[in-house]
Structures are given as structure tokens and as C-alpha cells.
Design a protein around this ligand. Sequence first.
Ligand code: MOS
Length: 753
Amino acid sequence: MTRSPVGRETGRVDGRPKVTGAAEYSGDHQAVDLAHAHLVTSTVARGTITRIDTTAALASPGVLRVYAAPESRLGLYPVTGPAASFAENYVPLRDAEVRFHGQAIALVVAETPEQARDAAARVTATYDTQPPRTSLADEPHVPAGPTISGAPSSLTILAPGVGSIDAALAASDVVVEAEFHQHMQHHVAMEPHAILAAWNGDRVTIHAGAQIPAAYALGTAQRLGVLPENLQLITEYVGGGFGARVVLWSDTPLAAAAAREIGRPVRLVLTREQMFALTGHRSQLTQNVRLGASRDGVLNAVSHQSVSERPTTLAFTMTPAHATTDALYRTPNLHVDAQLAVLDLPGSRAMRGPNEAPGAFALETAMDELAIATGVDPVELRLRNYATTSPSRGLPWSSKHLDECYHVGARRFGWSARSATPRSHVDGHWLIGTGMATAIYPAHRRPASVRVRLLDDDTAVISTGISDLGTGAATVVAVSGADALGIPLTRVTPEIGDTLLPQGAPAVGSSATHATVPAIVNAARDAINELKRVAVTDDGSPWLGADVEDLRYERGILHGQGRSMSFGRLLTAIDSPGITALAESPGAVDPGYVHHSFGAHFCEVRVNRFTGDTRVTRFTTVADVGRVINARAARSQLVGGVVFGIGHALLEENRVEPDTGRLANSTLADYLVPVNADVPDIDVHLLDRPDPVLTGPLGDGSEDVGTRSLGARGLGEIGTVGSAAAIGNAVYNATGIRVRDVPITLDKLIDRL
Ligand code: MOS
């Protein structure tokens, strides 16, 4: 008897090739006659290139070509239409304008990577330079416009008779006001951006990591001036995305255009340092949060304003109050607003809970300050302000068990043993403190197409053009395919990561799983219906002439009229190599509900009394993410999110040199991310309560195929939302010092300890 693998601990289907090194990432692919490219980048942030001297580079050993701005021989074009929001707004190497420090200004192609790199170092450029705009505070602010989900980023809701949010705050018994700053942060996926492009006539095959392969391929085709059907993008193994592989940067078009021009396959691998400027970042951000409450902590007014970057080439519209402050707590008076400042900085992009992680840091730190100001326990404060309808939209949630997250998390962590008084727990050199915070992340439905093939050896192939960023998407496809067909996981082969496959869900916004599973369910249902149809119509079938209603499919076997046969045996009997069904699931959600995942974080830190060094020593996260498909990968995603939170709270920042616009910390020696020594054992608990609305009607629990859409909801980013606030709140509890500018480095603590 086959037990469904849904919700169990499933090892990754691609685990073995990954750990044995057999998995080929984009930069690992080989090609005959391969040439190697290296980028040259600008050393000023704003101005015009007056001259690029390529003489020395061209004379270097092994060099085949040097393409330099304002070069146009590469045949690159603007990206227009729907793909334009997934690409930078200039054509690389086609004009003399410099828009940010680190922009590509030349591309060297040589016989070996070393020859290309060495020759690139010999390219020199001169510029007419203008002072770059680099400061959020100094440049004019413009309204951010709609959020990425189309909601207003500026919104004011006032109770009857209240004239303004300021008036509502002024009328509150207790007011907390806090301002937060953070510098740039970067995605720093482990795999560097790497491209292999190979042409065959007017067709090109590109290996590159992409989170939305279809949009990425469309944008690349436009850049290259080729028909989309002549471009195949393969993105089978990807070493992390985090938002940096959503849009088309200059690397892929340049590599592909160079390959076309020289008539040889070209590989381009960015250096780690180049990636900081060329593949996006999370914008610098200033936030102001004001909370007005009664003496017992019941919110009366909530205001959350922000200013972030709008780089001239490509901007992620950062709206940190959206899906955090506009969605979390009940309040009669609410104001959120997002502003942007136009700056001469590299393009920004969504990064790891793009709005929600920084937004929740501000809101959940301010809530901790309100807890202290009112003397209400932080968990109790959140329960007192618990919302059962969306504060900005007035609608109920598709499913919400956040209260259970607080209760279960508090119990697992041992929250009741805590002292609310700072510096009350000392162990030798260490001040010990605990803190908590809430997590919330929106659940968007996105369209997905899936093909199911039932084969004559009783196996099934489930195909969808999704990319697996390391999240476990391929395993989710296999697990939910095995469930939908009622067959063992070992008999399901997932096929992903290729634009020739049916268009998969975008691997963004914590939505890939709940977008893909319903399409798998639909395709499996259609495949089984097709199986029944051929069973009653094919000459070789024992059921020829029967009524499909007389056939029942269960666990890979057709039953009817007193006989049973596996689908493989039936297909063999009728001499069919297999049957195929293609199905989609829509991108829409039920508009009568709001849809979010939730979580609660509990954290213990130790802060060294003499050095200010902060260590996270315990962490518990409880998350409400709908039905869990793969318990092991889901937990791993949450752990990863908390690790991002440690980076956000304690380590990650890149500073902009104000006069030059140069990103100062653009190496992994200077831009610190958590390593194993920074990460304690993280206790993750998933409530596993299916969402009855987000992915359509739930089944009745029977094993009938096609009745269940499982009720999964996104979990990719929920772990990183609020986890930095829990750490900061624990640092306050340990030390009595409130640091509102992350990362909380020892220099911000040491003089005040
Ligand atoms: Mo994600 S920041 O939606 O790639």
C-alpha cells in the first residue's frame, strides 16, 4: 500500500548529484571550442565615457575580441513591453553614459578565463564625471507608487471624527516613535552568476540561473533581437536566487551576443565583486514607525513611513509597510507611506522578503518598545492587537493561525521564564536576553503549467519549467505528483528548468509551491481521465467497449468489471509508449479573502559585556504556512530564513562612498554573512494547517485523485521576516540598549554597555 509522501521527511530528489558534484550548474557546462569572457566595469558612478583604450588588451595573449562602449556591433536592443519590468532600462555597451559605479563598459573574450581576466585588467577608460547622487536624505523624495502586488503604497485609514494620523497619535495615552536605518544589503547567492551561450544558426541555447525563466528568456530574446522561440534557456541547477536572478542584468545578453559575433560558444562568469554592482541589492532604507496605544497596549494609531532608493537603471519599488504594517495589527487609525529618492546607484532588486523583512524589523522593534512603554508582555501585546480582518482591506484571511504560533512558540521556547527587565540575566562575561517578533508574508497565486506523462513501465514524468533555486522545488514536484497519482515517489521523475517545458511558476515571492501543486493535481486528473478513455476505446484493452464510469483509478491501478491492471501494464497491452496530459492552474486568488503566511520567532542572545559581541544562542520559529509538502525541505527553508535574519540583524551591510558612488564592502571578506559559527541549532515547528482557500477547494480526505489541491501556502521567505527584530529585541533585553540601525555591530553597543 502506498502512503502519500505529502508532509513526510523527503530527501531531495537531486541531493545525490548535488553532493557528489555530478550536478552541472550554469558555469559547469562545457562546449566544443568554448571561448571565455570577462567584464570590465566603470570606476565612476555618473558621467560619460570619453575614451576606452583597448590596445593593450587586444595585444594580450589569447584575446579574441574586446567589445567596448559605445560599441554597437554586438546587436543588442532595448527590452520593451511586459518584459521591460524584468530588465535594466539601457542597452549594455551601446552608449557612452555611465549610470552607476561598476557598470559594464567592456567585454573581453579570450581562449581561457585567465587570459580574458588579465586582458580585462589592461583596458583603461577616461570619463567626463558628474557628482553622483548617493544619499537618501539629500535627494528629493517621490511617491513610490503601487506596491508589486498593485496595492497602494500610501494609505490612510481614520476612525470617524479623527482628522489625521497625527491627531490620532496625539490623542493616544502612550506613543512610541522610532526611526530605523539600514545600508544596502545583497543577495550573495552561493553560485556566482554564470552564463554559457551557444548558437546553432539563428538559434541560441543559454545556460543561466533564472528565477522566472520565461520572462528571463523573453527579455534575453528581445535584447538579442531574436524570436523568442529561437532561444532556449536551461536553468536546471541554481545555487540560490534570493531575488538576484529575477531580472535580466547585462551579463547574459553580453555573453550571448559575443558568442553570436565570434561564432563560438562563450562562457561568462562574474567575479564575486562584480556581482555586488551588477546583479542587484536591497535598497538603503530609512523607516519611521509611530505607534499610539492605550495604557494597556491596545493600538489606536499606527504610522509607518519609508524612504528608499530609485536607482536610475532599474528599481525595486520598496514598500516595507506593505504586507507588514498594513496587514498585521488591528487599529482604527492607520497610515503607511513609501517614498523613493532617485540615485546614481546600481539597479536594486527584491531581496529575501524584500519589503517584509525590513518592514517587520521596524514594526516589530517598535512593538517591543511599546511593550516596554506599557509594561505588557510582548506576546500578550500582540494578542491584544490580534487582527481577524485585514486592517487595510477589511477582509478575512483565507487561513490564519498566528495566535497558535505565538502560543506554541512561547511554550517551546520557554518564554514564561523570561524577565522583562534588561540586564537581569548575567552569566560571567555575558549578558543574556530574549526577544520575540512576528512574521507575515503575502501569498500570491501565480499561473503554472504542468505536463504529466504516464509511461508503460509504471512510472510517471512530471514536467514544468520551474527552476529550483536550491529550495527543493523539484522534490515538491515529485512529492505532489506522487500524491496526485497515488504512486510511490520512486516512480515519479520530475523534469524542470528548461523553457522548452510547459511554462512553470515563477520562483519568486514564496509562491512556487502553491502555484505548482494545483496544476499538478489538475494534470494528474486529466492524465487519469485520458487513461480511462483509452482503456475503453483501444483494441488491445480488456475494457474495450466498457463505460469509463465503470473504471476506477486507485494508486496507479485501474479497476473495473472484476479486473485490475496497472497503468503501465495497460499501456503495454495497448502498445502505447505513454499518455500525456497538460494542465494549468490560474494565477488568481479568491478576492473575498486576504492571503498571508504567518509565524512567530523567539530568540535568545548573549552579548559580551566587554566587547559588545553578540551571539544568537537559541532560536525557535513556529510558522503557519498551510499544508506542508516536504517536512524536511520546509524546515530547511525556515532555518535558512532565520539565518538571513541573523545576517540582517548582526552582519550584513554594504556602504556607499558618498562622493564616488562606489559600493565599499563588495567582497565576502567585507560583506559579512552568517557562517556556521554564527548560527545555533534552530528549532522550527510548522503548524501544518491546510489553507482551504488559497489553492482552491480541499478534498474530503479520501484518496480520490483530483479532489485535493493540498492547501499549501508559501514558506520561502516567512522565516526571514521578523527574525532580525526578534534578535534586536533580545539584544535590548540583554543590555538595555536599543539599536535601530542594523546591523547591530559591536561598535554600536560597546560604549553603552
Ligand atoms: Mo524573491 S526576493 O521574491 O526572489
